[in-house]
Design a protein around this ligand. Structure first.
Ligand SMILES: [Zn+2]
Length: 242
């Protein structure tokens, strides 16, 4: 309740025209630092989205607008600011799944499902969003193959991972088998690897056609500031191969 009140105050006091959030469609004086990732100019005072959420939402709304039929959308480990918008969109058939962890509460619309054991039929989704998920999954190749299976031949899946281009090869230490060791090795206790430059090859080897989208390269600095893409991440766009 207190958190909601603080959010409301923040939203009112930061009203202004300097920046625009495409998720909640509000203008504010500024974006706020993102507490958990210590990034400046990242979090929307209105909906709490951060850069990669806005990127994904922007791409998704473009897709939904261009899709001639309703868009059947699978959202893995959903970002709640985005869920709220997708669920209100009458052109979207929305499915959200997550691997439920004890100690967390999940909204009713989220189904408990493991990405390595998807319970959907093949070729059903027009659009899949999978952001900051694969770095948590031991069998990430199986997860990618599963996403491809449930994707329609005309569908698109957007994947974002913590990406370390300074690493030529993805780093995985099989001895990092405790929270403390995973934190030491990967910077987060629930990660199981750090993806390097070969991430694209890993997607290709799993059977995907891959292209990358770079919001930082495609927007001027003033647009990045205005739209909150200063901390934008590389997005991997995958489709079925044939
Ligand atoms: Zn917002």
């Amino acid at each position: 309740m207190l958190k909601k009140f603080i959010n409301w105050i923040r939203k009112i006091t930061l009203k202004g025209g300097n920046v625009y959030c495409c998720v909640c469609e509000n203008n504010f004086l500024t974006f706020l630092p993102s507490g958990d990732e210590s990034k400046a100019h990242a979090r929307c005072p209105g909906c709490n989205s951060i850069d990669r959420h806005r990127q994904l939402y922007s791409l998704s709304t473009d897709f939904i607008a261009q899709n001639k039929t309703n868009t059947t959308l699978l959202h893995i480990a959903p970002e709640f600011a985005l869920s709220e918008r997708f669920r209100k969109n009458k052109h979207v058939n929305y499915f959200a799944i997550d691997k439920f962890e004890s100690g967390y509460e999940y909204p009713k619309y989220v189904q408990a499902m493991d990405i390595t054991d998807l319970k959907f039929q093949n070729n059903v989704f027009d659009l899949i969003l999978c952001s900051h998920v694969l770095e948590h999954i031991e069998q990430d190749t199986l997860a990618i193959q599963n996403l491809l299976k449930v994707l329609k031949p005309t569908g698109i899946c957007y994947i974002v991972v913590p990406y370390f281009p300074e690493l030529e090869k993805t780093y995985h230490n099989p001895n990092a088998n405790t929270d403390a060791l995973r934190f030491l090795n990967y910077g987060q206790s629930d990660h199981v690897r750090q993806y390097g430059l070969d991430f694209r090859d890993r997607l290709t080897q799993a059977g995907c056609l891959v292209s990358t989208l770079n919001f930082k390269a495609n927007y001027s600095e003033s647009e990045q500031i205005k739209l909150g893409f200063l901390n934008a991440e590389i997005i991997f766009k995958i489709t079925k191969n044939g």
